[in-house]
Design a protein around this ligand. Sequence first.
Ligand code: ZN
Ligand code: ZN
Ligand code: ZN
Length: 276
Amino acid sequence: MKITYLGTAAAEGIPAVFCNCATCKEARKRGGRELRTRSQVLIDDSFCVDYPPEAYMHSVRFGVDLSAIEYLLVTHSHMDHFYAHDFILRGYKYAHDMTRPNLTICGNEEVKKVFEECTRREMREVVLQTIGFRELREYCPVLLGEYKVTPLPARHSVWENCFVYLIEKEGKKVLYLNDTGRLGAGVYEHLRYEKVDLVSFDCTFVGETVGEARHMGIGDCMAVKAELEKVQAVRPDTKYVVTHFSHNQAPLQETLEKIEKEYGVIAAYDGMSLEL
Ligand SMILES: [Zn+2]
Ligand SMILES: [Zn+2]
Ligand SMILES: [Zn+2]
């Protein structure tokens, strides 16, 4: 399984869209890895988690064939995770010779509503016919091609059932924890003995520990890691990645390198790939 982090920032990006704080100014000045777009992860070439406004830019920058994505798994309906307007362009005169003609978008009922709202004005019937929607329920695993996906409840919004996901293929397992605060007891119980290969943490608050919140900082990620260890959901060689950083906590390279050393995690950057 190959995992590519195409975007690694929280909703406003780094530098943030309208921001001139010291971190955003510094990120603009430095460029390179300090520039972070909204979160998206590509698995192999046909499976994707979330579709932010920069998905198109990711395809250009990293040479991703977006037409090859057969399954799009959406964590929740927030704008930085699901920019549905693009899908009106998936066919008709806008796209020729697509690698995989059909796309299945998977998510909760709010994601479905956002898809309908955002495409209502410009969607053509011929395009719509090639896009399916699969509504997911927590703790109910589904088979999506070669992938087995289990939606688990995130702690992120009172308005919708946001999901984090356990994603499996050919014996490799990824636990994708975006967007969420610390997880509930039921999630740990469900993950007992799973022994996942990679845990990808929401680390919006970077070096902080926030306790009860809709996102996590490194202290919270470590608390979740300890719970996962208790139920043997991880192994000694499990990889831990942190992502979805906010400009408010100054996640510049030197800060993240310190966190990597101190906590044994990998700080994701836009374009980072890992092979499991
Ligand atoms: Zn987010
Ligand atoms: Zn800023
Ligand atoms: Zn969110």
